[in-house]
Design a protein around this ligand. Structure first.
Ligand code: OGA
Ligand code: MN
Length: 292
């Protein structure tokens, strides 16, 4: 079988089928997936139950993997495969995390619009999130297309942001959510990085409005003024017509390109298990080689 695609939204996102993700993709399959990612930015694969090792192996075919904030938190981990990131509401022992814990807080941080690992260099290219258990209501993941967001900006705003950059900081979401218990060492582990507000997405050649909640301020601007401008741009980028809302089924694997989309989780009943696992490919030159 070859890759088949069915659009899910007028601007981006498609359901993909015809490839068995338990096997590492052939070069031709990888090429076809990269081409689809360049066009759609979000691909939804249904009914592809994967072991942790299979998920890591599939992601590795696209480039080296990123472990993001695990470098700061060093919590006991639930994943057998340390290349994967645990996006569940579960403790290392498999029980549901108490709502006041930092584990629960990480879940709330994921409910703010963001691009994975935009607080580090290299940032993330593809993320691949796999659903193992889902709550019976809520808990969607929403995606916004930052290329559509750029296209819809008035020329005046495009000119204004063309040469601006924003600083992104790993702990900004945690601080926003009231968790300030970080040591200087933890803060120094992931120093802030700056990214231009506008960049060209290599795979589609389209311009991107690169914003998201990890961005704390605009370089060279007073904090308050930059933060409010970023808030306006984020509101613009996430208006409903640019958003695809994914309703999870167990066995789904959703992959997205963090270089041209934002995403956020949605609220759900925290007394129910939500078991999701993520593999993320870093945006380094040797990744996604055939993607351009
Ligand atoms: C992620 C993430 C949101 C969700 O996996 O990177 O932000 O709905 N997930 O779990
Ligand atoms: Mn995320």
């Amino acid at each position: 079988m070859t890759l088949q695609l069915k659009p899910l939204h007028p601007l981006f996102a498609a359901e993909a089928s015809g490839i068995d993700l338990t096997q590492a993709p052939t070069p031709e399959q990888r090429k076809a997936i990269n081409a689809a990612m360049n066009q759609y930015a979000v691909l939804v694969w249904r009914n592809q139950p994967l072991s942790q090792a299979q998920q890591a192996a599939f992601a590795l075919a696209f480039g080296p993997l990123d472990i993001g904030l695990k470098r700061i938190f060093k919590r006991p981990e639930r994943m057998d495969d340390e290349r994967l990131i645990d996006i569940s509401n579960l403790n290392a022992d498999g029980r549901i995390a108490d709502r006041g814990t930092t584990k629960a807080l990480s879940g709330f941080a994921n409910q703010l619009w963001h691009s994975d690992s935009s607080f580090q260099d290299p940032r993330a290219a593809y993320s691949m999130l796999h659903a193992v258990a889902i709550p019976d209501a809520g808990g969607n993941t929403e995606f916004a297309d930052l290329r559509a967001a750029y296209d819809a900006l008035p020329q005046r705003t495009r000119d204004e942001i063309q040469d601006l950059s924003a600083e992104h900081f790993a702990l900004h979401t945690r601080l926003l959510l009231g968790d300030e218990a970080y040591t200087e060492d933890q803060k120094k582990t992931m120093p802030p990085v700056s990214w231009p507000l506008v960049h060209t997405h290599p795979g589609s050649g389209r311009k991107v409005l690169f914003v998201g909640v990890h961005a704390t301020h605009i370089d060279g601007w007073p904090i308050a003024e930059g933060r409010m401008f970023l808030a306006d741009l984020l509101e613009h980028a996430t208006q409903r017509e640019f958003v695809y809302a994914h309703r999870w089924q167990v066995g789904d694997l959703v992959m997205w390109d963090n270089r041209c989309t934002l995403h956020r989780g949605r609220r759900y009943d925290l007394t129910q298990r939500r078991d999701m696992r993520r593999a993320t490919v870093m945006d380094v030159p040797e990744a996604l080689l055939d993607a351009v």
